[in-house]
Design a protein around this ligand. Sequence first.
Ligand code: 0X9
Ligand code: ZN
Length: 446
Amino acid sequence: MKKTPLLLLIFMLGLGVTLMATAQPAPAGDLRQATDSRLLVVRAYFSDPQMVADLSTWTEPWEVNYERGYVVLGVTRSEYEHLVITGFDVELDAELTAQFSRPNVPLPGQGEDTIPGYPCYRTVEGTFNTAATLAATYPNLATWMDVGDSWEKVTPGGNAGYDMMVLKLTNNAIPGPKPVMFITSAIHAREYTTAELMTRFAEYLVYNYNVDPDVTWVLDNHEVHLMLHTNPDGRKYAETGLSWRKNTNNNYCANTNSRGADLNRNFEFLWGCCGGSSGSECSETYRGASPASEPEVQSVQNYARSIFPDQRDDPINDPAPPDATGLYIDVHSYSELVLWPWGFTQTPTGNATALQTLGRKFAYFNDYFPEQAIGLYPTDGTTDDFIYGDLGVAAYTFELGTSFFQSCSTFENQILPDNMEALKYAMKVPRTPYLTPAGPEALNVA
Ligand code: 0X9
Ligand code: ZN
Protein backbone atom coordinates (compact mmCIF):
# COMPACT_ATOMS: atom_id res chain seq x y z
CA MET A 1 0.00 0.00 0.00
CA LYS A 2 1.26 3.47 -0.86
CA LYS A 3 2.30 5.58 2.08
CA THR A 4 1.18 9.15 2.61
CA PRO A 5 2.86 11.75 0.37
CA LEU A 6 3.22 13.90 3.53
CA LEU A 7 5.82 11.50 4.87
CA LEU A 8 7.70 11.77 1.62
CA LEU A 9 7.54 15.56 1.76
CA ILE A 10 8.89 15.71 5.30
CA PHE A 11 11.63 13.29 4.39
CA MET A 12 12.69 15.31 1.34
CA LEU A 13 12.63 18.56 3.28
CA GLY A 14 14.70 16.92 6.00
CA LEU A 15 17.32 16.06 3.43
CA GLY A 16 17.26 19.57 2.07
CA VAL A 17 16.30 18.37 -1.38
CA THR A 18 15.17 21.19 -3.63
CA LEU A 19 13.81 20.01 -6.89
CA MET A 20 13.45 22.76 -9.45
CA ALA A 21 10.59 22.30 -11.88
CA THR A 22 13.05 22.84 -14.67
CA ALA A 23 15.64 20.34 -13.39
CA GLN A 24 17.10 18.07 -16.06
CA PRO A 25 18.04 14.44 -15.39
CA ALA A 26 21.76 14.15 -14.59
CA PRO A 27 23.58 11.71 -16.83
CA ALA A 28 22.99 8.37 -15.10
CA GLY A 29 26.72 7.57 -15.37
CA ASP A 30 28.17 9.13 -12.23
CA LEU A 31 25.11 9.35 -10.04
CA ARG A 32 26.61 7.66 -7.02
CA GLN A 33 29.10 10.05 -5.49
CA ALA A 34 32.06 8.64 -3.62
CA THR A 35 31.18 10.79 -0.58
CA ASP A 36 27.48 9.94 -0.52
CA SER A 37 27.29 6.54 1.11
CA ARG A 38 24.13 6.71 3.24
CA LEU A 39 21.68 4.18 1.85
CA LEU A 40 17.97 4.92 1.52
CA VAL A 41 15.73 2.00 0.66
CA VAL A 42 12.82 3.13 -1.47
CA ARG A 43 9.84 1.84 -3.38
CA ALA A 44 9.71 3.66 -6.72
CA TYR A 45 6.59 3.47 -8.87
CA PHE A 46 7.03 3.60 -12.65
CA SER A 47 4.59 4.34 -15.46
CA ASP A 48 6.47 2.54 -18.24
CA PRO A 49 8.49 -0.73 -18.11
CA GLN A 50 11.21 1.00 -20.18
CA MET A 51 11.99 2.99 -17.01
CA VAL A 52 13.12 -0.28 -15.38
CA ALA A 53 15.40 -1.12 -18.31
CA ASP A 54 16.92 2.37 -18.00
CA LEU A 55 17.62 1.72 -14.31
CA SER A 56 19.78 -1.30 -15.22
CA THR A 57 22.42 0.96 -16.76
CA TRP A 58 23.25 2.45 -13.35
CA THR A 59 21.87 0.31 -10.55
CA GLU A 60 20.34 -3.02 -9.58
CA PRO A 61 16.68 -3.01 -8.63
CA TRP A 62 16.37 -5.30 -5.61
CA GLU A 63 12.83 -6.20 -6.53
CA VAL A 64 10.75 -5.55 -9.65
CA ASN A 65 6.97 -5.84 -9.63
CA TYR A 66 5.77 -5.25 -13.19
CA GLU A 67 2.15 -6.03 -12.28
CA ARG A 68 1.92 -3.36 -9.62
CA GLY A 69 4.44 -1.09 -11.33
CA TYR A 70 7.13 -0.58 -8.70
CA VAL A 71 10.75 -1.40 -7.95
CA VAL A 72 12.44 -1.61 -4.54
CA LEU A 73 16.03 -0.42 -4.44
CA GLY A 74 18.75 1.06 -2.26
CA VAL A 75 19.83 4.54 -3.33
CA THR A 76 22.04 7.40 -2.26
CA ARG A 77 20.60 10.89 -2.02
CA SER A 78 21.67 11.88 -5.54
CA GLU A 79 20.25 8.65 -6.92
CA TYR A 80 17.01 9.37 -5.07
CA GLU A 81 16.82 12.75 -6.76
CA HIS A 82 17.52 11.16 -10.13
CA LEU A 83 14.62 8.74 -9.63
CA VAL A 84 12.28 11.65 -8.95
CA ILE A 85 13.53 13.70 -11.89
CA THR A 86 13.19 10.76 -14.28
CA GLY A 87 9.52 10.33 -13.38
CA PHE A 88 9.39 7.75 -10.61
CA ASP A 89 6.93 8.26 -7.78
CA VAL A 90 9.29 7.52 -4.88
CA GLU A 91 8.45 6.57 -1.31
CA LEU A 92 10.91 5.80 1.45
CA ASP A 93 10.80 2.38 3.13
CA ALA A 94 11.70 3.51 6.64
CA GLU A 95 11.95 0.00 8.03
CA LEU A 96 14.41 -1.30 5.43
CA THR A 97 16.37 1.95 5.51
CA ALA A 98 16.77 1.54 9.28
CA GLN A 99 17.73 -2.12 8.88
CA PHE A 100 20.58 -1.32 6.49
CA SER A 101 21.86 1.60 8.57
CA ARG A 102 22.55 -0.36 11.78
CA PRO A 103 25.29 -2.91 12.32
CA ASN A 104 24.44 -6.55 12.93
CA VAL A 105 24.51 -7.47 16.63
CA PRO A 106 25.10 -11.03 17.86
CA LEU A 107 22.29 -12.76 19.73
CA PRO A 108 23.02 -13.70 23.37
CA GLY A 109 25.48 -16.57 23.35
CA GLN A 110 25.91 -16.59 19.57
CA GLY A 111 29.25 -18.05 18.43
CA GLU A 112 31.69 -16.45 16.00
CA ASP A 113 31.24 -18.77 13.05
CA THR A 114 27.76 -17.46 12.18
CA ILE A 115 26.63 -13.99 11.06
CA PRO A 116 25.78 -11.74 14.07
CA GLY A 117 22.01 -11.78 14.58
CA TYR A 118 21.56 -14.57 12.01
CA PRO A 119 22.73 -17.80 13.64
CA CYS A 120 21.54 -19.92 10.69
CA TYR A 121 24.12 -18.41 8.29
CA ARG A 122 27.76 -19.43 8.60
CA THR A 123 30.39 -16.75 8.09
CA VAL A 124 33.03 -17.18 5.37
CA GLU A 125 35.29 -18.82 7.97
CA GLY A 126 32.44 -20.97 9.29
CA THR A 127 31.62 -22.12 5.76
CA PHE A 128 35.25 -22.85 4.89
CA ASN A 129 35.77 -24.76 8.15
CA THR A 130 32.71 -26.89 7.43
CA ALA A 131 33.92 -27.68 3.90
CA ALA A 132 37.48 -28.43 5.01
CA THR A 133 36.17 -30.73 7.76
CA LEU A 134 33.91 -32.58 5.32
CA ALA A 135 36.90 -33.18 3.04
CA ALA A 136 39.12 -34.29 5.93
CA THR A 137 36.46 -36.62 7.35
CA TYR A 138 35.22 -38.07 4.04
CA PRO A 139 38.28 -37.95 1.72
CA ASN A 140 36.71 -40.59 -0.51
CA LEU A 141 33.74 -38.28 -1.23
CA ALA A 142 34.86 -34.68 -0.75
CA THR A 143 37.83 -32.64 -1.99
CA TRP A 144 38.47 -29.03 -0.90
CA MET A 145 40.44 -27.19 -3.58
CA ASP A 146 42.08 -23.78 -3.97
CA VAL A 147 41.28 -22.51 -7.49
CA GLY A 148 42.37 -18.87 -7.26
CA ASP A 149 42.56 -15.75 -5.13
CA SER A 150 40.23 -12.94 -4.12
CA TRP A 151 41.12 -9.30 -4.91
CA GLU A 152 42.35 -8.64 -1.36
CA LYS A 153 44.53 -11.77 -1.51
CA VAL A 154 46.36 -10.66 -4.67
CA THR A 155 46.68 -7.06 -3.43
CA PRO A 156 49.51 -6.12 -1.06
CA GLY A 157 48.54 -4.24 2.13
CA GLY A 158 45.02 -4.12 3.54
CA ASN A 159 43.09 -7.30 4.31
CA ALA A 160 44.62 -10.74 3.89
CA GLY A 161 41.86 -11.82 1.54
CA TYR A 162 40.80 -15.35 0.70
CA ASP A 163 41.47 -18.26 -1.58
CA MET A 164 38.73 -19.00 -4.07
CA MET A 165 37.72 -22.48 -2.91
CA VAL A 166 35.72 -25.26 -4.53
CA LEU A 167 34.23 -28.25 -2.72
CA LYS A 168 34.12 -31.18 -5.13
CA LEU A 169 31.81 -34.06 -4.23
CA THR A 170 31.99 -37.44 -5.94
CA ASN A 171 32.94 -41.00 -5.06
CA ASN A 172 36.68 -40.83 -5.78
CA ALA A 173 36.93 -44.63 -5.94
CA ILE A 174 34.99 -44.63 -9.22
CA PRO A 175 37.05 -43.03 -11.98
CA GLY A 176 35.64 -40.45 -14.41
CA PRO A 177 34.96 -38.80 -16.67
CA LYS A 178 31.60 -38.10 -15.07
CA PRO A 179 28.93 -35.49 -15.88
CA VAL A 180 29.51 -32.26 -13.96
CA MET A 181 27.22 -29.90 -12.05
CA PHE A 182 28.92 -26.64 -11.01
CA ILE A 183 27.23 -24.19 -8.63
CA THR A 184 28.47 -20.78 -7.51
CA SER A 185 26.89 -18.91 -4.61
CA ALA A 186 27.25 -15.55 -2.85
CA ILE A 187 28.86 -13.74 -5.81
CA HIS A 188 26.86 -10.82 -4.40
CA ALA A 189 28.08 -10.34 -0.85
CA ARG A 190 24.82 -9.39 0.89
CA GLU A 191 22.82 -12.39 -0.34
CA TYR A 192 23.00 -14.31 2.94
CA THR A 193 20.86 -17.36 2.12
CA THR A 194 22.82 -18.44 -0.95
CA ALA A 195 26.07 -19.81 0.51
CA GLU A 196 24.22 -21.43 3.41
CA LEU A 197 21.80 -23.25 1.10
CA MET A 198 24.71 -24.72 -0.84
CA THR A 199 26.63 -25.65 2.34
CA ARG A 200 23.54 -27.49 3.62
CA PHE A 201 23.29 -29.23 0.23
CA ALA A 202 26.94 -30.35 0.51
CA GLU A 203 26.32 -31.74 4.00
CA TYR A 204 23.18 -33.50 2.79
CA LEU A 205 25.09 -35.24 -0.02
CA VAL A 206 27.99 -36.38 2.13
CA TYR A 207 25.84 -37.55 5.06
CA ASN A 208 23.45 -39.45 2.81
CA TYR A 209 25.95 -41.40 0.76
CA ASN A 210 25.06 -45.09 1.22
CA VAL A 211 21.90 -43.97 3.05
CA ASP A 212 19.78 -42.46 0.26
CA PRO A 213 19.96 -44.41 -3.04
CA ASP A 214 19.58 -41.25 -5.16
CA VAL A 215 22.51 -39.58 -3.39
CA THR A 216 24.63 -42.72 -3.67
CA TRP A 217 23.92 -42.96 -7.39
CA VAL A 218 24.68 -39.28 -7.96
CA LEU A 219 28.00 -39.34 -6.10
CA ASP A 220 29.04 -42.58 -7.82
CA ASN A 221 28.17 -41.31 -11.30
CA HIS A 222 28.35 -37.49 -11.26
CA GLU A 223 30.59 -34.73 -9.92
CA VAL A 224 29.17 -31.83 -7.91
CA HIS A 225 31.43 -28.75 -7.75
CA LEU A 226 30.46 -26.02 -5.28
CA MET A 227 32.10 -22.60 -5.04
CA LEU A 228 30.34 -21.68 -1.80
CA HIS A 229 31.80 -18.17 -1.56
CA THR A 230 32.36 -16.52 -4.92
CA ASN A 231 32.95 -13.07 -3.37
CA PRO A 232 34.50 -13.75 0.06
CA ASP A 233 36.06 -10.25 0.44
CA GLY A 234 32.71 -8.55 -0.08
CA ARG A 235 30.92 -11.02 2.17
CA LYS A 236 33.11 -10.05 5.13
CA TYR A 237 31.71 -6.51 4.89
CA ALA A 238 28.15 -7.73 4.36
CA GLU A 239 28.42 -9.87 7.50
CA THR A 240 28.66 -6.67 9.57
CA GLY A 241 25.23 -5.56 8.31
CA LEU A 242 26.35 -3.43 5.35
CA SER A 243 24.37 -3.76 2.12
CA TRP A 244 27.53 -4.81 0.23
CA ARG A 245 27.12 -6.25 -3.29
CA LYS A 246 30.39 -5.90 -5.21
CA ASN A 247 33.91 -7.11 -4.53
CA THR A 248 36.17 -4.76 -2.56
CA ASN A 249 38.55 -3.63 -5.36
CA ASN A 250 39.81 -0.30 -4.09
CA ASN A 251 40.92 0.85 -7.54
CA TYR A 252 37.27 1.64 -8.19
CA CYS A 253 35.52 4.37 -6.16
CA ALA A 254 38.46 4.20 -3.76
CA ASN A 255 38.12 4.24 0.03
CA THR A 256 34.32 4.26 0.09
CA ASN A 257 31.60 1.74 0.82
CA SER A 258 30.60 2.01 -2.87
CA ARG A 259 33.92 0.68 -4.12
CA GLY A 260 34.50 -2.47 -6.16
CA ALA A 261 33.22 -4.15 -9.29
CA ASP A 262 29.95 -6.03 -9.68
CA LEU A 263 31.30 -9.52 -10.32
CA ASN A 264 28.02 -10.45 -12.03
CA ARG A 265 28.72 -7.80 -14.69
CA ASN A 266 32.43 -8.55 -15.14
CA PHE A 267 32.34 -11.85 -17.10
CA GLU A 268 33.96 -11.56 -20.49
CA PHE A 269 31.18 -12.87 -22.73
CA LEU A 270 29.76 -9.72 -24.43
CA TRP A 271 31.06 -7.69 -21.47
CA GLY A 272 29.33 -4.31 -21.28
CA CYS A 273 27.57 -4.94 -24.58
CA CYS A 274 24.02 -3.91 -24.08
CA GLY A 275 23.11 -1.36 -21.42
CA GLY A 276 22.93 -4.01 -18.70
CA SER A 277 25.78 -2.68 -16.57
CA SER A 278 27.46 0.59 -15.58
CA GLY A 279 30.78 2.16 -16.54
CA SER A 280 30.72 4.31 -13.41
CA GLU A 281 33.03 3.09 -10.64
CA CYS A 282 30.74 3.82 -7.69
CA SER A 283 27.68 2.25 -9.29
CA GLU A 284 26.23 -0.95 -7.84
CA THR A 285 26.49 -2.51 -11.32
CA TYR A 286 29.98 -1.26 -12.22
CA ARG A 287 31.30 -3.74 -14.76
CA GLY A 288 35.01 -3.37 -13.87
CA ALA A 289 37.86 -1.92 -15.91
CA SER A 290 37.90 -4.61 -18.62
CA PRO A 291 36.38 -8.03 -19.38
CA ALA A 292 37.16 -10.43 -16.51
CA SER A 293 39.38 -7.82 -14.84
CA GLU A 294 38.54 -9.18 -11.38
CA PRO A 295 40.50 -12.11 -9.92
CA GLU A 296 37.31 -13.73 -8.57
CA VAL A 297 35.83 -13.76 -12.09
CA GLN A 298 39.04 -15.12 -13.59
CA SER A 299 38.88 -17.97 -11.05
CA VAL A 300 35.31 -18.87 -12.02
CA GLN A 301 35.96 -18.61 -15.77
CA ASN A 302 39.18 -20.66 -15.62
CA TYR A 303 37.62 -23.27 -13.39
CA ALA A 304 34.52 -23.61 -15.59
CA ARG A 305 36.71 -24.02 -18.67
CA SER A 306 38.69 -26.73 -16.87
CA ILE A 307 35.64 -28.85 -15.96
CA PHE A 308 33.33 -28.30 -18.97
CA PRO A 309 34.07 -28.96 -22.66
CA ASP A 310 33.39 -26.14 -25.14
CA GLN A 311 30.20 -27.22 -26.91
CA ARG A 312 28.98 -24.06 -28.66
CA ASP A 313 30.24 -21.96 -31.59
CA ASP A 314 30.47 -18.21 -31.32
CA PRO A 315 27.52 -16.93 -33.40
CA ILE A 316 24.93 -15.78 -30.94
CA ASN A 317 22.12 -17.97 -32.28
CA ASP A 318 24.17 -21.16 -32.59
CA PRO A 319 22.82 -23.93 -30.34
CA ALA A 320 24.86 -26.36 -28.32
CA PRO A 321 24.10 -29.93 -29.50
CA PRO A 322 21.02 -31.48 -27.89
CA ASP A 323 23.19 -34.00 -26.05
CA ALA A 324 25.57 -31.32 -24.68
CA THR A 325 26.68 -32.11 -21.15
CA GLY A 326 27.11 -30.12 -17.92
CA LEU A 327 24.90 -27.99 -15.70
CA TYR A 328 25.67 -24.66 -14.04
CA ILE A 329 23.63 -22.74 -11.47
CA ASP A 330 24.49 -19.36 -9.96
CA VAL A 331 22.61 -18.90 -6.69
CA HIS A 332 21.50 -15.35 -5.80
CA SER A 333 18.81 -13.64 -3.77
CA TYR A 334 16.18 -12.32 -3.88
CA SER A 335 12.91 -12.48 -5.87
CA GLU A 336 11.88 -16.18 -6.12
CA LEU A 337 12.95 -16.63 -9.73
CA VAL A 338 14.52 -19.25 -11.99
CA LEU A 339 16.32 -17.49 -14.87
CA TRP A 340 18.23 -18.65 -17.95
CA PRO A 341 20.14 -16.89 -20.78
CA TRP A 342 20.13 -14.50 -22.39
CA GLY A 343 20.08 -11.55 -20.02
CA PHE A 344 21.27 -8.99 -22.59
CA THR A 345 18.69 -9.51 -25.35
CA GLN A 346 15.08 -10.58 -25.79
CA THR A 347 16.23 -12.94 -28.57
CA PRO A 348 15.97 -16.52 -27.32
CA THR A 349 19.11 -18.71 -27.33
CA GLY A 350 19.59 -21.59 -29.77
CA ASN A 351 18.68 -23.94 -26.89
CA ALA A 352 15.74 -21.90 -25.66
CA THR A 353 13.13 -24.66 -25.56
CA ALA A 354 15.39 -27.05 -23.65
CA LEU A 355 16.55 -24.34 -21.24
CA GLN A 356 12.94 -23.43 -20.60
CA THR A 357 11.94 -27.06 -20.00
CA LEU A 358 14.60 -27.55 -17.33
CA GLY A 359 13.98 -24.07 -15.89
CA ARG A 360 10.29 -24.88 -15.46
CA LYS A 361 11.21 -28.17 -13.83
CA PHE A 362 13.33 -26.33 -11.24
CA ALA A 363 10.46 -23.91 -10.73
CA TYR A 364 8.08 -26.82 -10.13
CA PHE A 365 10.24 -27.87 -7.19
CA ASN A 366 11.01 -24.49 -5.59
CA ASP A 367 7.74 -22.85 -6.64
CA TYR A 368 9.56 -19.86 -8.16
CA PHE A 369 8.75 -17.97 -11.37
CA PRO A 370 10.64 -19.26 -14.44
CA GLU A 371 11.65 -16.89 -17.28
CA GLN A 372 14.44 -15.83 -19.62
CA ALA A 373 16.74 -13.55 -17.61
CA ILE A 374 16.02 -10.35 -19.53
CA GLY A 375 12.43 -10.63 -18.32
CA LEU A 376 13.68 -9.27 -14.99
CA TYR A 377 15.78 -6.41 -16.42
CA PRO A 378 18.68 -6.22 -18.91
CA THR A 379 22.08 -7.47 -17.73
CA ASP A 380 25.43 -8.06 -19.45
CA GLY A 381 28.64 -9.72 -18.30
CA THR A 382 26.79 -12.20 -16.06
CA THR A 383 27.85 -15.67 -14.96
CA ASP A 384 25.12 -17.58 -16.77
CA ASP A 385 25.51 -15.80 -20.13
CA PHE A 386 29.24 -16.59 -19.95
CA ILE A 387 28.81 -20.28 -19.08
CA TYR A 388 26.17 -20.83 -21.75
CA GLY A 389 27.59 -18.38 -24.31
CA ASP A 390 31.21 -19.47 -24.04
CA LEU A 391 30.77 -23.20 -23.41
CA GLY A 392 27.21 -24.13 -24.42
CA VAL A 393 26.56 -25.53 -20.94
CA ALA A 394 23.00 -25.27 -19.59
CA ALA A 395 23.16 -22.29 -17.22
CA TYR A 396 20.71 -20.88 -14.69
CA THR A 397 20.36 -18.25 -12.02
CA PHE A 398 18.20 -18.92 -8.96
CA GLU A 399 16.99 -15.88 -7.02
CA LEU A 400 16.16 -17.21 -3.54
CA GLY A 401 13.56 -15.84 -1.18
CA THR A 402 12.27 -12.37 -0.44
CA SER A 403 15.13 -10.34 1.07
CA PHE A 404 18.93 -10.08 1.29
CA PHE A 405 19.08 -10.45 5.08
CA GLN A 406 16.37 -13.09 5.18
CA SER A 407 15.18 -14.17 8.64
CA CYS A 408 16.40 -17.55 9.82
CA SER A 409 12.85 -18.86 10.25
CA THR A 410 12.02 -18.18 6.59
CA PHE A 411 15.32 -19.68 5.51
CA GLU A 412 14.90 -22.87 7.55
CA ASN A 413 11.19 -23.42 6.93
CA GLN A 414 10.77 -22.36 3.32
CA ILE A 415 13.85 -21.46 1.30
CA LEU A 416 15.89 -24.47 2.41
CA PRO A 417 13.27 -27.22 1.92
CA ASP A 418 11.93 -25.80 -1.36
CA ASN A 419 15.33 -25.36 -2.94
CA MET A 420 16.74 -28.64 -1.68
CA GLU A 421 14.07 -30.31 -3.82
CA ALA A 422 15.15 -28.28 -6.86
CA LEU A 423 18.82 -29.12 -6.20
CA LYS A 424 18.04 -32.83 -5.71
CA TYR A 425 16.48 -32.77 -9.16
CA ALA A 426 19.36 -30.74 -10.65
CA MET A 427 21.99 -33.20 -9.43
CA LYS A 428 20.41 -35.98 -11.51
CA VAL A 429 20.41 -34.28 -14.93
CA PRO A 430 23.90 -32.93 -15.77
CA ARG A 431 24.72 -35.73 -18.26
CA THR A 432 22.22 -34.36 -20.81
CA PRO A 433 20.36 -31.39 -19.32
CA TYR A 434 18.85 -30.43 -22.70
CA LEU A 435 17.28 -33.91 -23.11
CA THR A 436 16.55 -35.59 -19.78
CA PRO A 437 14.12 -33.02 -18.31
CA ALA A 438 11.70 -33.52 -21.20
CA GLY A 439 11.07 -37.06 -19.91
CA PRO A 440 9.85 -39.73 -19.79
CA GLU A 441 10.48 -40.04 -16.07
CA ALA A 442 10.36 -43.04 -13.73
CA LEU A 443 8.59 -42.20 -10.48
CA ASN A 444 8.28 -44.39 -7.37
CA VAL A 445 10.28 -47.30 -8.75
CA ALA A 446 9.81 -50.22 -6.38
O1 0X9 B 1 21.30 -8.20 -11.05
C1 0X9 B 1 21.76 -9.32 -10.85
O2 0X9 B 1 22.96 -9.60 -10.99
C2 0X9 B 1 20.82 -10.43 -10.42
N1 0X9 B 1 19.93 -9.97 -9.38
S1 0X9 B 1 20.52 -9.69 -7.90
O3 0X9 B 1 19.48 -9.10 -7.10
N2 0X9 B 1 20.90 -11.06 -7.20
O4 0X9 B 1 21.68 -8.87 -8.02
C3 0X9 B 1 19.95 -10.82 -11.58
C4 0X9 B 1 20.68 -11.29 -12.77
C5 0X9 B 1 19.70 -11.68 -13.83
N3 0X9 B 1 20.31 -11.82 -15.11
C6 0X9 B 1 20.99 -12.94 -15.45
N4 0X9 B 1 21.00 -13.94 -14.65
N5 0X9 B 1 21.58 -12.98 -16.58
ZN1 ZN C 1 22.82 -11.35 -6.78
